[in-house]
Design a protein around this ligand. Structure first.
Ligand code: OAD
Ligand code: ZN
Length: 257
């Protein structure tokens, strides 16, 4: 990254009033949470298939075991990256954060306008009656019940419809925001952005990865990400291949000398 790129990004952020922020697992690694596609990421432990709806239906117990061990981090606390985004929202710069993360750390840092595009790991829902369970409740069910993943209301004949599924969007799945209406709203936000800031995502998973394409023509895209993304050489695009926490802190210090 040149000093020039950093200055350009700082100036864009200084004057911005409607930043749309797109985040991924890379913003939470500095809180001790593994990302997916880095060398030590979750997919170095298991194939992508383990986070699919099919796998969940076929192996609900193993799925829960994996999800609790690898996707549930109630002990994690927000880091500098989350905190600075929350501050920029308060300062009227950040309009919306659209995150693929299911860890709730943006909200815990104080951000208000957060779209959890891939859902949340905090809760789980019966696919039949819609009864909601907290993940802590699921944890204690796992310790005490054999068929812990089958809803109390719906106990009958062990059909997948009676399974209690974590409220995360799996491969082959949909969700509250991962819906026609949800995506239409998101694309409207993309159109309203005065620039788009991408933090900590490889931008490889659709449809999330397509969102930057919906910004208006000429609207800048800033990417702060250690690894490469398919957008790195796009038009009006500024790329910083560095730590998110360190880079955002530097920018924020420039904004508030
Ligand atoms: P990935 O693991 O694909 O990408 C995370 C990116 O963050 C990588 O490019 C890293 O280089 C970068 N990174 C990690 N730590 C960083 C740091 N401290 N500073 C800067 N960059 C850092 O994760 P996502 O793009 O979020 O979906 O993955 C997208 C989706 O794939 C996830 O939501 C999940 C997964 O399958 C589902 O499970 C449905
Ligand atoms: Zn039920």
């Amino acid at each position: 990254m040149s000093a020039n790129t950093m200055d350009t990004c700082t100036n864009l952020i200084r004057n911005a009033k409607k930043i749309v922020v797109l985040t991924g697992a890379g913003i939470s690694t500095e809180s001790g949470i593994k990302d997916f596609r880095s060398k030590t990421g979750i997919y170095s432990l298991a194939p992508e298939y383990i986070l699919s709806l099919d796998y969940f239906y076929q192996h609900p117990k193993e799925f829960y075991q994996f999800a609790i061990e690898n996707l549930y981090h109630p002990e994690a606390v927000p880091n500098k990256g989350h905190e600075i985004l929350a501050k920029w929202e308060q300062e009227g710069k950040v309009a919306t954060i659209i995150t693929q993360n299911i860890d709730g750390l943006h909200q815990r840092a104080g951000s208000k306008n957060v779209i959890e595009f891939h859902g949340t790991m905090k809760t789980a829902t019966c696919l039949n009656c819609g009864k909601n369970y907290s993940t802590d409740e699921m944890l204690s069910r796992m310790e005490t019940m054999e068929d812990f993943y089958i809803c109390n209301n719906c106990i009958a004949n062990n059909k997948v419809e009676q399974y209690i599924k974590p409220d995360v969007v799996l491969f082959g799945d949909t969700g509250t925001w991962f819906s026609m209406a949800g995506i239409q709203t998101i694309l409207r936000y993309m159109q309203e952005a005065d620039f788009v800031l991408v933090l900590g995502t490889s931008l490889l998973v659709t449809p999330f990865s397509t969102f930057p394409q919906y910004r208006r023509q000429g609207v800048p895209l800033i990417i702060i990400n250690k690894g490469e993304t398919p957008y790195d050489f796009g038009q009006d695009t500024y790329v910083i291949h560095e730590s998110i926490g360190k880079t955002m802190e530097e920018i924020d210090n420039q904004l508030h000398p």
